[in-house]
Design a protein around this ligand. Sequence first.
Ligand SMILES: *Cc1c(COP(=O)(O)O)cnc(C)c1O
Length: 355
Amino acid sequence: MKKYNFNAGPSILPREVIEQTAAACLDFENSGLSLMTISHRAKNFQPVVDEAEALFKELLDIPEGYKVLFLGGGASLEFCMIPYNFLEKKAAYLNTGVWATKAMKEAKLFGEVVEVASSADKNFTYIPKDFEIPTDADYLHITSNNTIYGTELRKDIDSPIPLIADMSSDIFSRPLDVSKYALIYGGAQKNLAMAGVTFVIVKEDALGKVSRQIPTMLDYRTHVKKGSMFNTPPVVPIYSALMNLRYIKAHGGVKAMEQLAQERAKIVYGEIDRNKLFVGTAEEESRSLMNLTFVLKPEYQELQDEFMAFATSKGMVGIKGHRDVGGFRASCYNAMSIEGCEALVACMKEFESNH
Ligand SMILES: *Cc1c(COP(=O)(O)O)cnc(C)c1O
């Protein structure tokens, strides 16, 4: 049976990206050596990092003055690296869920943290609007897509202070105005690559503004200076990212990815809204195009386990909702096909007609 991978992360990747990475693990560029066993300083690996950075810049139209880094530690390590490198006295955070809250917790170790707005009052089902950004804060931190709650900002906001964004789960799903950000970061394992690498897009002249001492490995300037090669970077995950960046380029770039995301969302949200059994959890104007969350209506709650089993029997994988939301979550990253979304919809329709 065909499986449709709706996992929230690590998540679906194009088949060819997986095949190319697997092939390189057996024989890297006809060298007779596995990608897993070569030196990151080998002369045939440097071009991998260089091309990955160049494709980041090309696909996201990154202006001059920015550097792209490939690091370890996941988005979670960035939660502390950001205040380490940017927080002198005070930082502002927009609280849109679990990940934003975790980022705030780390920042509090370094100084004052102002929560500019929060959607905790309604279990993070919406993105707050019209909040005030304190102009005396060192930066504003946002989470552009809330993987758990299925909400997304989906635009580049204007900020009078340096803007920093966790884009773990929506990077490369739409064109960006990178010039509005001081730093963009994320774990690669949602929409970019296999797990194990963290991407950081940083404006070079935004660095070096804090007075504290920063441990070498946690100082972004170390990695800028050494081109992500200060220590051994995650070689295989970076290679998988490069394969996916090539795939994105060959398939029309981020504009085409955005159009596909809109098509998928129309199909799946369309069915969530039509089907008598289900209801979406996020407010309509905050709905994510990446993580589509829905639950059974109160009067059908007892069908939870039955729908999970039914969907699983039809090949749907990873649609169980996060425990903080319940119900179901269909994560539809770049590699999810329209056919996959149609299969999910067919499954929801069939389940409805059985009840
Ligand atoms: C998954 C996720 C994280 C955590 O990423 P790790 O790489 O596991 O540390 C942080 N932020 C968002 C928005 C995520 O979806």
